[in-house]
Design a protein around this ligand. Sequence first.
Ligand code: UDP
Length: 237
Amino acid sequence: MCKPRYKRVMLKLSGEALAADKGYGIDFDVTNKIAEEIKALVDMGVEVGAVVGAGNIWRGRSGEGMDRTTADYMGMLATCINALALQDSLENIGVNTRVQTAIEMREVAEPFIRRRAMRHLEKSRVVIFGAGTGNPYFSTDTAAALRAAEIEADVILLAKKVDGVYDKDPHRYSDAVKFNKLSYIEVLEKGLQVMDSTATSLCMDNDIPILVFGLDNPENIRKAILGEEIGTLVCKE
Ligand code: UDP
């Protein structure tokens, strides 16, 4: 078996990725496939943390006319629904998991406790971080960057609908060019749609590389770990 390139990773899955073609809700065929890929990483000895978004259920900006903070809390709660769905798919195939949430819901999941999360990872348990950062006005990308820094992850694996970072929307422009490597500054200066600027800055300040790749094929998660040249790597230079 090839040697994994990273020891501890933070996998960021957008809510949309879980909905697949349905666009809304959770497609369990998809979560099951993602779970299989995560299991392959765990079997290789990789420690896996995961942050899930909620775009398949609710985003703060969906609440037009609503109080923004309330709408954001709804988004954070929605991430917990996705976290439990992913947990279920993982546990069904024998992967040990814990969900830790940034908003306490002790009957459902553990509260986020960094040292405990680290211990779970060391014991090969997949830790799924729910409820984002626990604060409105942030995104789950920022939650992924924050938790990655806290758990000392080697990389953020940013699973997207597109297979990397392009100079313009590849769905709209046939001449869009894909970048293989970018610096954080280039992402910020060019306003490229990788992560929001808060999340990108946090990664830059803490020197956490971001590997952006497409989840159209869940096997890409494994390829990324084994060092195959896929997607776009965002790093220092
Ligand atoms: N959210 C928040 N604070 C956080 C993380 C998320 O308020 O730290 C809310 C916000 O309203 C966001 C929603 O939860 O729109 C869902 O997260 P996100 O949009 O990042 O999901 P994704 O686009 O990854 O599916």
